[in-house]
Design a protein around this ligand. Structure first.
Ligand code: SF4
Ligand code: SF4
Length: 313
C-alpha cells in the first residue's frame, strides 16, 4: 500500500497534466460535448480564439481557433492586429509555453503517441540544433507571403491581385499547410469521408502537393512515438513565435546549484525531457531550453534530488 502511494506521489505532476490535457482537448473540441449532451457551447468561441494553441479554423469539432491563426488571417486582410499581438505577448510573458505543454490538442495527440511504450530516441545534438531552425524558416516564409497579401487587400493593386491568385491555396489559407491541426482535424477526416462516399482511393491523389504533405505529416505522427513532440520541436509555427518570447517570460524553471549533482552523476532531467533540452548547459538561475521548454515539468518530477523548481518573476 505504502509503495503504491509512493508511486502515485512520484507521478502526481504527470497525473495532473494528463487530466488537464484531456479536459482541454474536450473543451477545445467542444462540439463533442454538444453532440453528447445536446447543449450549446457557442459562447466558448471567443475564448478559444485567443488561446495560444494550434487549432485549425476549419476544425469541425471546434468553431474557435488559436490566436496565431487569427493574427495571420488578419495580416492577409491587411489588418495589423495590435490588440491580439498584445494579448499574445502578455500570455507568453505570464505563462511562458505552459499552454504548449498542458493545453494544446496537437501536443496532447503527440503525447498520446509518445505514451506507447518504446525506447525513446534522441537525435545527434548538431542535427537537433539544425532542425530546430525549420520552424523559424516557416514563420519567415509565412510573413513574406502574408505581408504582400495584406497589401493586396488594402490597395487592390493589379500586380498584387495577380500574386494572390497565383498563390492558389497558399494564398487563401497560408497557415494550413504548416499546421498539423489542419491535417488531423480537417484534411484526414474529409479524405476518409470522400473515400467512403466514392468507394475509391482516387481522392487521395486528387491534389499531389497536399498528398505529399499528408504523407509527411503521417510519418511525423508515427515518428512521435519514438521522438516525442517532434512536430512541436521542429515544425510548429506557434512554437517558433512563442520560443522567441520565452526568455522574457516571468514563468521559468530554475535548478538548485546545491542539490543538483550534474550530468556525470545524474543527468536524469535531460534523459526524460521530451524536447531533448540540455538544461544542464544553462544557468542555475533559470532555464527555458532556449525557448523550447513547454513547462511539462517532467524534469522536475523525475529529478531524484528535487533540484528543479518553478521560478516566478
Ligand atoms: S535530474 Fe536533478 S540532480 Fe539530476 S542532473 Fe537533473 S537537475 Fe541535477
Ligand atoms: S525542460 Fe523540463 S519542463 Fe521543459 S520540456 Fe523538458 S522536461 Fe519539460
Amino acid at each position: 500500500m505504502k509503495i503504491k502511494r509512493f508511486k502515485i506521489r512520484n507521478h502526481l505532476i504527470t497525473i495532473y497534466r494528463r487530466i488537464i490535457q484531456i479536459l482541454s482537448f474536450i473543451l477545445i473540441n467542444y462540439v463533442i460535448l454538444e453532440i453528447i449532451f445536446s447543449i450549446n457551447l457557442i459562447a466558448l468561441d471567443g475564448f478559444l480564439k485567443v488561446l495560444p494553441i494550434l487549432n485549425s479554423p476549419r476544425n469541425q469539432l471546434s468553431n474557435g481557433t488559436g490566436i496565431l491563426e487569427i493574427i495571420f488571417f488578419s495580416l492577409t486582410r491587411g489588418i495589423i492586429p495590435i490588440f491580439l499581438v498584445g494579448i499574445l505577448i502578455v500570455i507568453i510573458l505570464l505563462t511562458n509555453r505552459f499552454f504548449c505543454g498542458w493545453i494544446c490538442p496537437i501536443g496532447t495527440i503527440q503525447d498520446v503517441c509518445a505514451a506507447i511504450p518504446t525506447n525513446k530516441r534522441t537525435l545527434k545534438i548538431s542535427t537537433h540544433k539544425s532542425l530546430l531552425k525549420i520552424k523559424y524558416v516557416i514563420v519567415i516564409f509565412l510573413v513574406i507571403i502574408l505581408v504582400p497579401l495584406g497589401i493586396t487587400a488594402l490597395v487592390n493593386y493589379p500586380f498584387f491581385l495577380q500574386y494572390r491568385d497565383n498563390l492558389g491555396d497558399l494564398g487563401s489559407r497560408p497557415l494550413a499547410f504548416f499546421s498539423l491541426s489542419e491535417y488531423i482535424f480537417v484534411f484526414f477526416p474529409n479524405l476518409i469521408e470522400q473515400i467512403i462516399q466514392t468507394s475509391s482511393l482516387a481522392p487521395i491523389f486528387s491534389n499531389l502537393l497536399v498528398f505529399f504533405i499528408s504523407i509527411f505529416y503521417l510519418i511525423l505522427i508515427i515518428l512521435s512515438v519514438w521522438y516525442p513532440r517532434i512536430y512541436c520541436r521542429y515544425f510548429c509555427p506557434f512554437a517558433a513565435v512563442a520560443s522567441v518570447m520565452s526568455e522574457y517570460s516571468f514563468l521559468k524553471l530554475s535548478r538548485s546549484p546545491v542539490r543538483c549533482v550534474g550530468r556525470v552523476d545524474c543527468g536524469i532531467c535531460e534523459k526524460v525531457c521530451p524536447k531533448q533540452i540540455r538544461m544542464l548547459d544553462e544557468p542555475f538561475e533559470f532555464f527555458t531550453g532556449k525557448g523550447e521548454c513547454n513547462l511539462c515539468l517532467r524534469c522536475k518530477e523525475k529529478c531524484p534530488y528535487k533540484a528543479i523548481d518553478i521560478k516566478v518573476g
